[in-house]
Design a protein around this ligand. Sequence first.
Ligand SMILES: Cc1cc2nc3c(=O)[nH]c(=O)nc-3n(C[C@H](O)[C@H](O)[C@H](O)COP(=O)(O)O)c2cc1C
Length: 206
Amino acid sequence: MVCPAGFTRQTDSVNQPGSPESFQMSPVEEAIRRRRTSLVVDHDRPVEPDVVNALLASAVWAPNHKRTWPWRFTVLTGEARARLGESFAEVGRALGMDPQKVASQATKYLRSPTVVLVWVTGDPDPVRRREDRDATAAAVQNLLLAATGRGLASFWATISDDFHAPARRLAGVGDDHDFVALVYLGYPIGDVPAPERPEPQVTWLD
Ligand SMILES: Cc1cc2nc3c(=O)[nH]c(=O)nc-3n(C[C@H](O)[C@H](O)[C@H](O)COP(=O)(O)O)c2cc1C
């Protein structure tokens, strides 16, 4: 098999899931594999604001076309998490959603001490808009990996389209901002198993 650039073939290293052969993994590759979607976190241990700021400072090192720096972040802690959930519950009630789902919305965001909303400034040009969203997704992954590197648990979640407007209102961002991700952050108090990864579907052409 061809050894891709940047990989050193090792005969005595440990086989890792997703690697058809044994390769020595770099620290970045190890962090990529160690990251798990997890809400098994200590509710009583806040994530220090300096740590959150450090994670967001790493997030913005994502590539972005035309250097648009399109991402925006809203950090919710304390009561703000409850206000987010209550604003969603209110919309849910008005839309006649299942009362159980409405009730769970009200408390959902208390499941981790810190919640980060990630937005992208929506460019009127459809190509730029798509690229900016791609870049912002890369920024979210940077955020998750930076969190992993600092021993934090993270969880990338989405919200119903019906909740974009109340989330914008609470965050104070304009209608020109598209919602990209809701990220839970907290200090882990347990592990979650890694879902098995299918082999990458790759075609090599010479
Ligand atoms: C765009 C996006 C949205 C997601 N939204 C949710 C979500 O709403 N609820 C959820 O349980 N997981 C959500 N996830 C996390 C996936 O469930 C998770 O990544 C997947 O199960 C693989 O597990 P792992 O992240 O631990 O490797 C989302 C992931 C992405 C990339």
